[in-house]
Design a protein around this ligand. Structure first.
Ligand code: APR
Length: 231
């Protein structure tokens, strides 16, 4: 066994103090997700959308990676590890993971609304009137509902060569991310750590799925110990 692919969702960052999306009755920090995370919401009220992500970006400065993020870094001593995350935070990078693919974008990047290839590092607020070098409004570098997921092909390639897959803290509802495990044909082991595991179609077809129905900090520790031969 050589290659490990880790698929993470909001639950891996929950114990760092970042809210998940679907645990709060469909509201995300008090907002309907479509209001703040869709092209329609952006057209309707760009200031509200910018403010929402500004708050999320500010929050990043107050949170730290937790024991689950750190445990995943240990795997790199023995394996080639790719983290495919649905999260827009940077906690995997800050914990020290060396290969992180962000499926749904990154809070610490912004991009031009005219040319999506113009992407910039950005740690402060984005305001109405902040523009790219072409003079068009900057927007968060986030994949909103209804938008394409450019990193999905790379992520599917990674999944297809994985010897083991670890899924952590995701409700497995949002496609195409939730379907990635379906590409992991070669994987000898597939683990799923989540206090409320949601067995979707792809997971239901995996014989011998190892489910840890517990929080990320404790469940990921057990999975890492097993893969490192410590358990
Ligand atoms: N440890 C592990 N998992 C946890 C924890 C914890 N401490 N606390 C909650 N969870 C689990 C929940 O049980 C749930 O299954 O995290 C999952 C969070 O699910 P969602 O809120 O749906 O988040 P996620 O699956 O990442 O959402 C996918 O949806 O809104 C979009 O683009 C957004 O990337 C996001 C995508």
């Amino acid at each position: 066994m050589n290659k490990i692919v880790v698929l993470t969702g909001a639950g891996v960052s929950a114990e760092s103090g970042i809210s998940t999306f679907r645990d709060a009755g469909g509201l995300w920090e008090g907002h309907d997700v479509m209001e703040v995370a869709s092209p329609e919401g952006w057209r309707r009220n760009p200031a509200l959308v910018l403010n929402f992500y500004n708050q999320r970006r500010r929050q990043l400065k107050e949170v730290e990676p937790n024991a689950a993020h750190f445990a995943l870094v240990e795997l790199e001593k023995r394996y080639e590890v790719s983290i495919i995350t649905q999260n827009v935070d940077d906690l995997h990078e800050r914990a020290g993971s060396s290969r992180v693919i962000h499926l749904h974008g990154e809070l610490r990047k912004v991009r031009s609304t005219r040319n999506p290839g113009l992407i910039y590092e950005w740690t402060e607020d984005i305001n109405v009137g902040d523009t790219c070098e072409l003079g068009s409004q900057l927007r968060p570098h986030i994949v909103w509902f209804g938008e394409a997921v450019p990193m999905i092909e790379l992520a599917a390639e990674e999944a297809s060569i994985a010897d083991a897959v670890i899924i952590i803290g995701t409700s497995m509802q949002v496609y195409p991310a939730a379907g990635l495990v379906g590409f992991a044909d070669q994987a000898e082991r597939i683990f799923y750590v989540d206090p409320k595991p949601a067995i979707n179609y792809e997971l239901s077809r995996i014989p011998g799925l190892s489910v840890f129905a517990e929080r990320a900090t404790s469940g990921v520790r057990k999975v890492v110990d097993e893969l490192m031969g410590l358990a």
